[in-house]
Design a protein. Sequence first.
Length: 278
Amino acid sequence: MKKLVYFYLLLMVVSLLVVACKDDSDEIKDPGLVAGKGKFLLQFDNVVGKQDLVLDNKTYTNSLGESLTISRFNYFVSNIKLLREDGQSYTIPQDSSYFRIVESDPKSQILSLNNLPDGNYSGIEYIIGVDSLRSVSGIEKRGGALDPSGEMSGDGMYWAWNSGYIFLKLEGASPQSSASNGKFYYHIGLFGGFNQKTVNNIKTVKIDFGGSRAIVKGDSIPSVKLYADVEKVYNGPNPISFDKNPSIMADPVLSVGVANNYKSMFSFGELKQNSQAK
C-alpha cells in the first residue's frame, strides 16, 4: 500500500514538473529588438516655407505682415526611436540619444545612429527638447550635447538662472519689433518643474517616411532627410507678433503657444539608400 502511495506521489511530482516547464516556456516574453551592427544617417534641413534658411542676410515675412531676418536657430532632438514596418521599434540607448541642432553648424545637422538591428524602418519618433529625468540628473549624466560648460555654452542653450535646457531658440531682427534694439528672442524650455511645478513644453514628434523603407542590413546605410520649417514656429496655430511679443521665454502661456507651433515644424524630406565603402 505504501509503495502505491509513493508511486502516485511520484507521478504527481513529475506531472507538476512537466507543467511547470511548459508554463515557463509559454511565458517567455519577446525581449524586443537588440543592438546590431547597422547604421542610419539622419539629416535635419532647416527651411523657411519652401526656401532654405539663410541667417542674417535674407528677409522673410510672417503671417501678420511683419518682416524679419533670422540670426539664430537651434533646437534639441532626443529620445530617438526608429519604427519598423513589422510594428516593432528600436529605441536608441538614451546616453547616445541627445543631439543639439545648430543652423550655423552644418555638422550638427547630420546625426549618425549606430549599432542598429537589421530591418526595414518606416518612420521615426523623437522629442523636441530634453526629457525631465535627464534635465534633473547630475552633471555626470549630462555630457556631450548636454554639457552646459562644453560646446553648448557657445550656443546658450541652457538657462543658468533657471537651471534648465532651452529646447528651441529662435532669434533675429524685425523693423516691427517693439524691443528697443529691434530684435526678437524666443527661448522655449520648461519640462514640468523640479522643486515647483511649471508648464511642460516637451513635445513628441512622429514622422512616417512617406511610404519609403529605410533598409538597414549588411553594408546598406539609409540616409533620411527631415525638414524643419522655421516658419511654423511663428506662423503656426498661435501666430507670433514681433510688435506685441518681441521676447518669449518662461512665460507660462506664451511659451506653450510657441511650443505647440514648433511641434508641427518637422516633415519628411527624402530617403536615400547608400552602401558603405569597403
